[in-house]
Design a protein around this ligand. Structure first.
Ligand SMILES: NC(=O)c1ccc[n+]([C@@H]2O[C@H](COP(=O)([O-])OP(=O)(O)OC[C@H]3O[C@@H](n4cnc5c(N)ncnc54)[C@H](OP(=O)(O)O)[C@@H]3O)[C@@H](O)[C@H]2O)c1
Length: 310
């Protein structure tokens, strides 16, 4: 196991973060329907109160609205916040210089001089990993970001990014990927193990499987919008897993399904960043910290999730 480098060590000390895709996104999350600016500001404040200070956003979330909202909230607090944002390799963005330009745009919306983690949102078939990593290295050298990472990179793409950055003397801090009890590809294909081996923090996005693992949705009561289409096949199968999560939660003094789901991700050695629309969701998710599932409970959850995903 490699120790994380001194620059990226802070990420390994963070147990949970807060996802901000929901902030300002009208298309997927229906921002403006049932929740809005006041609610997401309360979510932000509740998160700081709970000691969760690592916020994940992206230039694409709400077309910049998520970064702008976060920037607005940052102005109204004097508490330290760690900011992660992302670069989207749109097809018209070719050269390595486009990363630095995009990061400057994010910094302007966030109203800060630098961020803690700048990530490539998706790999691109049009821009080589070497070129993107050269751009990321330039962002570190310009001191506009403390560390850099990738997102949705396969194991081989991640290794290529790791090596390309190493040639610039920059460590790869993280790979942000889909990881939950209902989406375990990174566990199966060795990406998680490889991250741990190399000191790369695996940041788990959608750790509640977009709300499915909270237990509030079922085939009869699907989530609104695009989520119901995405999960048509999965929803009718998740009941046994939800039941087991509730049972295990009871044995820990009444932990909710969300708290069990997040604790499972943490026990696997990843950093979950649950998205939240309001303070209540943040407070509930924060209860995923401060306790541990037993090895036997993890094994039972693994087994039941396997049979659901078969
Ligand atoms: N890099 C990438 O490509 C990528 C992709 C996806 C996400 N992300 C990042 O990861 C973060 C989290 O992923 P995600 O937002 O996709 O999914 P998630 O965290 O699995 O689910 C978030 C949703 O679940 C519901 N929820 C959250 N906490 C709850 C609670 N305690 N009780 C009941 N419902 C609760 C809320 O939606 P409802 O109330 O509407 O059900 C919330 O919007 C995002 O915000 C974003 O920062 C990154």
């Amino acid at each position: 196991m490699a120790q994380p480098s001194s620059e990226t060590r802070f990420l390994h000390a963070i147990e949970m973060g807060l996802g901000a895709w929901q902030w300002g996104d009208r298309v997927f999350w229906q921002y403006g329907h049932g929740y809005g600016e006041a609610e997401v500001q309360q979510a932000f404040l509740a998160s700081l109160n709970e000691g969760i200070r690592f916020v994940d956003t992206a230039e694409i979330y709400g077309n910049g609205r998520s970064e702008r909202l976060l920037g607005q909230f940052l102005k109204e607090t004097d508490q330290p916040v760690l900011i992660a944002t992302k670069y989207l390799p749109f097809p018209w963005r070719f050269g390595k210089g486009s990363l630095l330009r995009a990061l400057k745009g994010s910094l302007a919306r966030l109203g800060v001089e630098s961020v803690d983690l700048y990530q490539i949102h998706w790999p691109s078939p049009l821009v080589s990993i070497d070129t993107m990593m050269e751009g990321l290295a330039q962002c570190v050298k310009s001191e506009l970001t403390r560390t850099v990472g990738v997102s949705n990179f396969s194991q081989s793409q991640m290794l290529a990014a790791y090596s390309a950055l190493a040639r610039h003397n920059v460590p790869l801090a993280s790979n942000q990927v889909h990881y939950s009890l209902l989406h375990r590809a990174v566990e199966k294909d060795g990406t998680l193990a490889r991250c741990q081996e190399l000191g790369i923090r695996l940041i788990a996005h959608s750790p509640l499987e977009m709300g499915l693992l909270t237990g509030k949705y079922s085939a009869d009561s699907p989530p609104p919008g695009a989520r119901s289409r995405n999960y048509t096949n999965l929803l009718p199968k998740i009941e046994p897993l939800l039941k087991l999560m509730t049972e295990i939660g009871q044995d820990h003094g009444g932990k909710s399904n969300s708290q069990v789901a997040l604790n499972w991700v943490i026990c696997k050695g990843a950093l979950p960043i649950p998205g939240a629309k309001n303070a209540e969701q943040v407070q509930q998710n924060a209860g995923g910290l401060g306790w541990k599932l037993t090895d036997e409970e993890i094994a039972r959850l693994d087994e039941t999730s396997e049979s659901v995903l078969e």
